[in-house]
Design a protein around this ligand. Structure first.
Ligand code: ADP
Length: 629
């Protein structure tokens, strides 16, 4: 009897082989059935892989137990596949493999951050501080950095720069839309189709146990009946707790103490408080048009050209054109769409270059053929010298000009129109939409940064009802009721024309609509805009088109402060609105707004609703009430 192939030892030569297992019997049956030993070889190689994985002793014991179970099973048996997949995961996890940890070179990290990102000086400073602490105390369990801001402002790319500066591998785990705790922690193996959670899967994919792991869109996770996601995330994010992570599928603890966790979120408000507590928030509010221009010129265009295999010799995008793209084709806080549009231009240039190359090649082939046939036509040896001369002549006359430098595709307004289509935005939007009474321009804060929002209202015959449309949350609906109550209560003081006919709402319904009906809206900051729209409707006077506003209003007409001031002012600036009415108590937030933006804008601070109305209408508010309740 030889060495047992299945168990890679001489167990089967034991006299008690029938007691130990049925190895030889099975082999004999298989041989008779004509089946080969592939499965056995497989298990042997799996065991070898497991040994190489250098698992900690407790995990190794557990893995051995599982391997013994696998050996006793037939490949056709239910459970064989799952058991095998599980053992493969154990063998593939980087229990001991780590990227080599270099000492952090702060100067190099700074150069890298600067070379990869324009601006963001405060953020970069904080990152350098973070790296400095890691340099002095590599095992420091500092708070997890969380970059918060609208899409496309560079959150992910900053995280990947941190990984580069630390010399670690980088892995991004998307948590957007994750509702089930099992997505993070894995399913128990008793479930059919169970698998590890995203965290362990990420570690398996990255192949080292000390990567920089970015938990992307951490604010988009939710809680439902299937468990609390926040508590699963807390296990990794809590510096006091995050030594090991327990995945339900893995069923043995995995040491995550060497993983550097970073996180990104679009907004803080939707994050569970315990999670927020464990993280240090770094805000990236969005870029001004000038910043976007610099980012495009210094970073996006060179990157896009490189990605498309072309150079400045093939395409020329002047700064004025980039400005046009920013103003007419994008209206975002970040630069993602700007990058996409630049890529579209690069593709157009690539087509031009490729077509030209093809035609050059074709004409070269034709010319070669011409030379060849020409030479044949000349016949005698005496003509050989002439032939050479003639051929040279053709080359000089026709081939050389074709090989000269390509003329670059100069991207101007016409090219923009053909490649990107007609402009999506123009500066006249606000003026056109506010051209009728009942419309006011508000500033809101959404996940994609600040936004300009038009509030439209209209009146019709009815029974005094208020109709609201545009995917509104409860808070915004309440704001609408407060606004209508306030206007009705002050209809006489405001000298609204209809008030003379009795009740403002007598025999009429009011409909308020927030356009962009597909976007859910909520929050109190539309309060002042709603009142302004209603006063405009009842007074039949247009609101100033150059003015946008934000602020919560109490039932007594006080204007309360709101959040996201910087984003909102940037959004107004992007849309060409140069006058903004803000709550007086938001004065302190103006410090965060870039001076270059403030210089071009008129910021009006209002304490009461009457102040807002006074500023919102051309020539002030003639019906300004004498008494203030
Ligand atoms: P986010 O994660 O915030 O959604 P990304 O990090 O994916 O955004 O950034 C989108 C693109 O914009 C990336 O190509 C990134 O390099 C670029 N980008 C964003 N901000 C800057 C900046 N300040 N300087 C250079 N490039 C930037």
């Amino acid at each position: 009897m030889g060495r047992c192939q299945r168990h890679d030892r001489s167990c089967c030569s034991s006299r008690r082989w029938w007691v130990l297992h049925d190895c030889w019997q099975i082999r004999a049956i298989k041989n008779e059935l004509g089946e080969n030993d592939d499965d056995e070889d497989d298990v042997v190689s799996l065991e070898k892989k497991m040994q190489e994985a250098a698992m900690p002793p407790n995990v190794w014991k557990h893995a051995q137990r599982e391997l013994r179970r696998l050996r006793k099973m037939q490949p056709q048996q239910p459970g064989y596949g799952t058991s095998r997949t599980y053992l493969e995961l154990l063998a593939e996890l980087p229990w001991k493999i780590a990227s080599e940890e270099h000492e952090v070179d702060l100067a190099a990290a700074k150069v890298r951050l600067d070379s990869e990102h324009y601006g963001l000086s405060k953020v970069k400073k904080r990152i350098i501080e973070y790296l400095a602490v890691r340099k002095l105390k590599p095992d420091a369990r500092g708070p997890v950095l969380c970059f918060v801001g609208p899409p496309g402002v560079g959150k992910t790319s900053l995280a990947s720069s941190i990984a580069g500066a630390l010399g670690r591998r980088f892995i991004r785990i998307s948590l957007g839309g994750v509702k089930d705790e099992a997505d993070i922690r894995g399913h128990r193996r008793t479930y059919i189709g169970s698998m590890p959670g995203r965290l362990i899967d990420g570690i398996k994919r990255v192949g080292v146990n000390n990567p920089v792991m970015l938990l992307d869109e951490i604010d988009k996770t939710g809680t439902d009946v299937r468990g609390d996601l926040a508590s699963a995330l807390l296990e990794v994010l809590d510096p006091e707790q995050n030594k090991t992570f327990n995945d339900h599928y893995l069923n043995v603890p995995f040491d995550v103490s060497k993983v550097v966790f970073l996180a990104t979120a679009n907004r803080m408000q939707s994050m569970p408080a315990p999670l927020l507590d464990r993280m240090e928030i770094i805000e990236l509010p969005g870029y001004t048009c000038e910043e976007k221009l610099r980012i495009a010129v210094l970073h996006l265009i060179p990157r896009v050209l490189e990605q498309h295999g072309i150079t400045n010799e093939h395409i020329s995008i002047p700064e004025a054109t980039v400005e046009l793209i920013i103003q007419r084709y994008t209206r975002e806080a970040g630069v993602r769409n700007l990058g996409r549009h630049l890529a579209a231009l690069a593709r157009a240039a690539a087509v031009k270059v490729a077509e030209k190359e093809q035609s050059v090649r074709l004409s070269r082939e034709m010319q070669t053929e011409m030379i060849y046939h020409g030479a044949q036509g000349l016949g005698a040896a005496a003509a050989e010298a002439d032939m050479e001369e003639e051929a040279m002549g053709i080359r000089e006359k026709e081939i050389i000009p074709l090989a000269t430098k390509p003329d670059p595709l100069l991207v101007d307004e016409v090219v923009l129109d053909t490649v990107l289509g007609p402009p999506k935005f123009d500066g006249r939007e606000a003026a056109e939409r506010v051209a009728t009474p009942g419309v006011a321009v508000g500033l809101v804060w959404t996940e994609v940064g600040g936004e300009v929002l038009f509030v439209e209202s209209t009146a019709m015959l009815g029974k005094g009802d208020l109709h609201l449309t545009g995917q509104l949350g409860d808070i915004i609906k309440e704001s609408a009721h407060i606004a209508l109550t306030w206007v009705r209560a002050r209809s006489a003081e405001l000298k609204l024309p209809v008030a003379e006919a009795g009740s403002l709402m007598k025999e009429r319904d009011i409909h308020i609509h927030f356009p962009a009906g597909a976007v859910p809206k909520d929050g109190p900051s539309a309060g002042v805009t709603l009142v302004t729209a209603l006063v405009s409707l009842f007074a039949k006077r247009n609101v100033r088109a150059d003015t946008a506003m934000t602020g919560e209003m109490t039932l007594r007409g006080l204007v309360l402060p709101v959040g996201g001031i910087k984003d909102k002012i940037l959004a107004a600036h992007r849309c060409g609105i140069r006058r903004v009415i803000l709550p007086e108590r938001n004065r302190k937030d103006l410090q965060e707004v870039p001076a270059a933006i403030l210089k071009n804008m008129e910021i009006i601070l209002a304490k009461r609703m009457e102040d807002v109305l006074h500023q919102a209408f051309e020539g002030g508010c003639p019906w300004k009430p004498a008494s203030r309740l």
